[in-house]
Design a protein around this ligand. Structure first.
Ligand code: ADP
Ligand code: MG
Length: 587
């Protein structure tokens, strides 16, 4: 028995693990060499002594509990524990025996330290990763999530660990997402984009990588990494929406639009272009500016000028010109050309917008003619009167001459001046009736206005209206279409006369402003205009008169604009109306 025990001890001395045995009262019965080394204690000092008295610190550690468990339940126990007095980690295996407990242990401090260091690395990679990192079991239930994941969808770690990913996926993407997950769970890494639902209900776009967790050649779960790409997706979507808006704006615009590349080729043509000019998109796309079939040869110089403007970064705005339709007819158009700049403010191409104003021009001319006819008609009564008076006088004088020619020489001069007046009125009437041909000439505004007043004087007198003129001395030449300006003055004077049914004074002044402008000022003492009338003034056919046309003011305004002038009006009910026309003076 002893020999066998000795043999056993002999073996125990040689094993590299520490080893000791205690009896049922926890007294040491054996301690091997390695155990002495590990515990810093000689065998003699330990044999027969109580474990818990020799190592009181161990009572509070796992050692105490585990050893008792081994004895009480008669089961082996294995554990790692840190024994602080020795600053060491021990791996311990304790086996119950018939007379106590035998314990093998080994210093695993180094291993443990390495392991914890590694673990810490991984842990830090997990904890501090800006991307959401998480793991699933094979059923898609969360096993771990990092703080970025808590942030991503707004759930706490605990809330994640009680569920699978399924309720967090946006419905539309569910099938696809589950499929990717399943492929990852069967061993193949997946990367995809999907939509998740934040705890607050909002939708989060995520870029997800799912990879299998493989232990001993077997997939035991799935790792996930998710990046929030919501803002990228949103700005992509916003950009797409903007682009679509712009496309639709161009395509559905009522004006013809062409877009040129910086190389000068047409890269876009809209529907209105096809409708306006009769060419199909395919026939126009890719053409160079000068190959476009819509430019009449006489417009080439102008096009060259516009092109240079735009290439220098300037805009051409509503230039009035002509273009050709496919059928050879000529269109009146307003043409705007603008450079298109890229994000770096570099010119990247240009756009051309062509507004077809052919119809509009026709109707404008028609309106002008209508108004002219109407004024002529209204003037007819006055003119008839005007002509009848001198004729009556002439008739009378002729009768007198018949009686005694020598005594009435003086009458001849009166007669000839009256006849002159008839001629003057008739010539005005003829100018007014002539079709509109716009021709610009240097004209003296004073003379022009005097002629108009002569024409309307009779009507003024019939209405008890006194026309007072205050013309600043000096020549006032204006580059203008005489007939058009006359029409403006006729309209304003007629309106003033009509506004004073009980008579009154109309003051007309001409004066220079700032050497480069001429101001023609009309001030009447008429009925004035209500706010409503003022706001509607200039709308065609807006009139407050029984026999009015509501065209006079509108046409006058248009003519003044054509002469690069300005028009201002001030009016108060019952007080009167003041109209100021400003026209540029040209040398
Ligand atoms: P019409 O005189 O034929 O009605 P207009 O275009 O010349 O058309 O004028 C439009 C309206 O503006 C007139 O009906 C009138 O109500 C108002 N209006 C124009 N000028 C005057 C004015 N000097 N005083 C008062 N009302 C005026
Ligand atoms: Mg009028």
């Amino acid at each position: 028995m002893n020999t066998r025990l000795e043999d056993t001890y002999e073996i125990l001395e040689r094993i590299t693990d520490g080893f000791f045995a205690v009896d049922k009262l926890w007294n040491f019965t054996y301690v091997n060499k390695e155990a002495m080394r590990l515990l810093f204690c000689s065998r003699d000092n330990l044999i027969g002594k109580n474990v818990w008295q020799e190592f009181p610190e161990a009572v509070k550690l796992q050692f105490y509990e585990k050893y008792h468990k081994a004895i009480k339940e008669q089961v082996p126990v294995i554990f790692d524990d840190y024994f602080s007095p020795l600053k060491k980690w021990f791996n311990v295996r304790a086996y119950p025996s018939s007379n106590g407990l035998t314990v093998y242990f080994r210093d695993v401090t180094l291993e443990r330290m390495e392991k914890t260091e590694k673990e810490q690395h991984y842990r830090s990679l997990f904890q501090h990763n800006p991307d959401a990192v998480f793991s699933f079991d094979l059923n898609g239930n969360y096993l771990s999530v990092n703080p970025a994941m808590e942030q991503l969808l707004g759930y706490s770690e605990e809330e994640y660990l009680q569920q699978s990913f399924v309720p967090l996926v946006y419905e539309d993407d569910m099938e696809r997402t589950v499929q990717h997950y399943n492929i990852a769970a069967s061993g193949t890494t997946q990367r995809y984009q999907t939509k998740a639902i934040h705890k607050n209900g909002s939708i989060i776009y995520v870029d997800v990588t799912n990879m299998p967790i493989i232990i001993n050649d077997e997939v035991v779960g799935v790792y996930g990494i998710a990046k929030d790409i919501t803002s990228r997706k949103k700005s992509d979507e916003a950009l797409t929406a903007k682009t679509q808006q712009l496309e639709s704006f161009i395509e559905n615009n009522g004006d013809a639009i062409l877009i040129f590349s910086i190389q000068g080729n047409v890269i876009q043509v809209n529907k209105a272009f096809e409708d306006t000019f009769g060419w199909a998109k395919q026939e126009i796309l890719d053409l160079k500016l000068y190959q476009l079939p819509i430019i009449p040869s006489e417009a080439f110089d102008e096009v060259r000028k516009f092109e240079a403007e735009v290439k220098n970064g300037h805009h051409v705005i509503r230039a009035e010109t002509t273009r050709l339709r496919r059928d050879g007819s000529i269109l009146n158009v307003l043409l705007s050309m603008s450079p298109i700049k890229d994000a770096n403010d570099k010119i990247d191409g240009w756009s051309v917008i062509i507004k077809n104003i052919t119809e509009w021009k026709k109707s404008q001319e028609m309106l002008q003619n209508t108004e002219k006819l109407s004024i002529a008609g209204q003037l007819a009564a006055g003119i008839a009167h005007e002509i009848r008076n001198p004729i009556t006088a002439i008739k009378g004088f002729i009768q007198l001459i018949n009686l005694n020619i020598d005594d009435y020489k003086e009458y001849f001069s009166i007669m000839s001046s009256e006849i002159q007046r008839i001629e003057q009125i008739l010539s005005e009437l003829l100018i007014l009736a002539k079709p509109q041909v716009s021709k610009l000439e240097q004209k003296e505004i004073n003379v022009l206005l005097n002629q108009v007043i002569t024409l309307l004087d009779t009507q003024a007198i019939l209405n008890n209206v006194e026309i007072v003129t205050e013309f600043q001395p000096g020549a006032t030449y204006i580059h203008c279409d005489e007939n058009q300006l006359k029409q403006v003055f006729i309209n304003f004077i007629k309106n003033a006369i009509e506004a004073m049914p009980k008579g009154g004074q109309l003051v007309i002044q001409i004066r220079k402003v700032n050497h480069d402008k001429l101001n023609v000022h009309f001030k009447d003492e008429g009925v004035g205009m209500s706010k409503e009338t003022l706001s509607k003034l200039g709308q065609p056919f807006y009139t407050t008169k029984d026999k009015g046309t509501g065209l006079g003011y509108m046409i006058s305004k248009k003519i003044i604009e054509n002469h690069f002038g300005e028009l201002y009006i001030i009016s108060e009910p019952l007080k009167g109306t003041t109209i100021d026309v400003f026209l540029p003076l040209k040398p």
